[in-house]
Structures are given as structure tokens and as C-alpha cells.
Design a protein around this ligand. Sequence first.
Ligand SMILES: [Zn+2]
Length: 164
Amino acid sequence: MHCPFCRHTDSRVIDSRTADDGTAIRRRRQCPECGKRFTTVESASLNVVKRSGASEPFSRHKVLIGVRKACQGRPVSEDDLALLAQKVEETIRAAGSAEIDAHEVGLAILGPLRELDEVAYLRFASVYQAFDSLEDFEAAITLLRAEREATGHEPDSSGIAPRT
Ligand SMILES: [Zn+2]
């Protein structure tokens, strides 16, 4: 690693620690030539391939933006969102592939979002799965209800809030 200050072709690692819950390593380095210190961050490369065929680095931030939109007006905090985005990244990285489909990112969002807020989940699913009729919503809601009964959760009043 070249020194960013004097361009010396070598540097010495003086400290290294994991960051972002183990998905990255932060290294503190020192240049033996000028003595200045700098930090490098290393993480396994993970690219998302879009429908157009173009690929871009996975971005937790983009997951956040998409999910935040679906959560508008819902009792979901920024911490909840950050945790969800982190879960999504962990799920995707656990698959061990350096390149994944944008579609799989959407799939990885659906599960944790449903646990977080069912209304936000329906909103997200409606866009992601391109619902185009009331029947699509009905089918998704019926599925939610059926699975909720199967897991023994009591139906609660947070189901569907009236649009304001
Ligand atoms: Zn230097």
C-alpha cells in the first residue's frame, strides 16, 4: 500500500481491527519514509447486478433509502432501519457470492421487513413484486394472516391503517 502523503511504496500495519460487525477490517498504517499515519478499510467485494446488466457495489445506504420509503408514517425508528439494512447485508454476504442479483437484495429485505412492520412490508412487496391489482394485495394479506395463525401470533390492530 503506497503512502498517500509521500507516495512511498511501502507502509507498515500498526493496528488492525474488525469494523461493521466483522464485514470489514480497518487497518492503521504508518509510512516508514515520512512517518505519517493513515487508515485503510478492507471488505470483501460484493456487487449487485441490476436488471439492465450493469453492476454496482452493494450499498447498505441504498437498502435504507428503499425501505425508509416503505416505512413512511409507520412506527419504525432509524435504528430499526439501520439494523434491518445490516441484516440484509449479512444475509447476502452469508451466501458467499461476490456478485448477486438485485432481485436477491429485494428478497433479503422482505423477511426482516415483515418482522418489523407488516404494513411497510406490504408496501415494499407491492412495488418489488409489481402488484397491479387489489387481488394481489388480498393474496399477500391472506398469506400474512395464514402464516400468522400458523405461528400462533394473535392478530393485532396494527394490521392495515387507513391512508391519510
Ligand atoms: Zn510517506
